[in-house]
Design a protein around this ligand. Structure first.
Ligand SMILES: NC(=O)c1ccc[n+]([C@@H]2O[C@H](COP(=O)([O-])OP(=O)(O)OC[C@H]3O[C@@H](n4cnc5c(N)ncnc54)[C@H](O)[C@@H]3O)[C@@H](O)[C@H]2O)c1
Ligand SMILES: [Zn+2]
Length: 367
């Protein structure tokens, strides 16, 4: 691994503080890093086939070389594995494999699905085993692996069952992004753009300047941008571990994004694609509400288009959207804490009724 690309970000949460270690080609260093931080001697690696096939052997080798006994576990790829049935199966397999309270650590090797499911299993098995997150998708590197939210889906909705369980370490090898399908890479970019839009105008300008090398995964551009994103997520999480007002800003673009995902039945649209549409709409609404200066939406939309993300909400009836907004779990009384931009790089929450978020005619105007 090139030492010049090694970066470290601290997530400050008192006794639950941990490091995010970034590198390029750094998977081989994972074993030593885990051993240096934890007393564990048994590593339980969870993955999905597309990731396990590519990186499972390197991670296993690294952990074995550091003295761990290693067992690998797999669930089928995709969101459909993030459920209690898979969790229960994993409890059984892990117990059979000798998992124990004092000496086991769960290694979640994969995207957000593996991170959320592996984190949930770690949070609940023996009332809590340490977990190390090894995110391999862009979304999981900049978003889901940091912050300690873990969970599974149930029939009534996504992520409704879960636990806060901070990882002991987040180990990011940016080289793994080279095998991530391009559409997944673009989708993850939506969260990168989101961080810049709500928090960091300089990062936003940098994305505008360096988008091509970033999408080409040039490490000199990629690693500092990953680091900046991890710092933003880490600082938001440190201020507000349990999702009070502040962490809500991370929901920018997600109110309508979630509505789009649910109206589409979670098929044919990736999370970041839906968030991209939701962010552009939210920027337009921010302008209409007089919160953001004119031109904010245009600038955001231009960048998202260059990424290759969709920016227009799909045409479902307004009624359907209103219904989807009202079941959003972030609903407070009947108002939704909608995240509006004050401009590029700054956001606030505004309590709005669903019909204020989607005034008549808004869908044809795209706000
Ligand atoms: N916990 C949180 O705070 C949080 C935040 C945001 C999202 N999430 C959750 O994250 C999940 C989405 O995560 P995701 O977008 O990473 O989806 P994912 O885990 O399904 O990964 C996307 C696809 O990319 C593949 N993949 C991942 N890394 C790869 C690599 N390096 N090479 C080749 N293929 C690779 C996966 O196998 C999968 O097919 C959702 O379940 C969402 O609810 C959680
Ligand atoms: Zn998101």
């Amino acid at each position: 691994m090139s030492a010049s690309h090694a970066r470290s970000v601290r997530v400050r949460l008192a006794e639950r503080s941990y490091a995010i270690e970034l590198g390029v080609g750094s998977l081989g260093g994972l074993g030593e890093a885990v051993r240096a931080r934890l007393g564990a001697t048994r590593a339980l690696i969870l993955s999905v086939p597309p990731v396990g096939r590519r990186y499972g052997a390197a991670v296993t080798r690294s952990l074995r070389a550091a003295g761990f006994r290693v067992k690998r576990f797999e669930v089928p790829d995709g969101e459909r594995s993030k459920n209690l049935r898979q969790a229960e199966r994993l409890y059984g397999e892990m117990l059979e494999a000798g998992a124990d309270r004092g000496s086991s650590v769960v290694i979640a090797l994969g995207g957000g699905v593996v991170g959320d499911l592996g984190g949930f299993v770690a949070a609940t098995l023996f009332r809590g085993l340490p977990v190390v997150q090894v995110p391999t998708s862009l979304l999981s590197m900049v978003d889901s692996s940091v912050g300690g939210k873990t969970g599974v889906n149930v029939a009534q909705g996504k992520n409704l069952v879960g636990a806060f369980h901070q990882p002991s370490l987040v180990w990011i090898d940016a080289a793994t992004l080279r095998t991530l399908p391009p559409r997944q890479l673009r989708s993850g970019m939506a969260e990168v753009v989101k961080h810049a839009a709500i928090w960091d105008a300089r990062l936003f300008s940098r994305l505008e300047r360096q988008l091509e090398p970033l999408l080409a995964l040039d490490p000199d551009v990629l690693v500092p941008i990953l680091e900046r994103n991890c710092r933003i997520k880490a600082s938001v999480v440190s201020r507000d571990e349990r999702e009070g007002g502040f962490r809500m800003l991370l929901n920018y673009g997600h109110t309508l994004g979630h509505a789009v995902e649910s109206l589409k039945g979670y098929r044919g649209v990736l999370h970041g694609e839906a968030v991209s549409m939701g962010m552009v709409y939210a920027a337009a609404l921010s302008e209409r509400l007089g919160k953001a200066p004119e031109g904010t939406r245009e600038r955001l939309e231009a960048l998202l288009r260059r990424v290759g993300l969709p920016t227009k909400l799909p045409s479902f009836e307004r009624r359907a959207y209103l219904r989807a907004l009202s079941v959003d779990k972030k609903k407070r009384d009947s108002r939704i804490r909608f995240v509006a931009l004050r401009g590029i790089g700054e956001a606030e929450t505004v309590p709005l009724l669903p019909r204020e978020i989607l005034p008549a005619g808004a869908l044809t105007r795209q706000c």
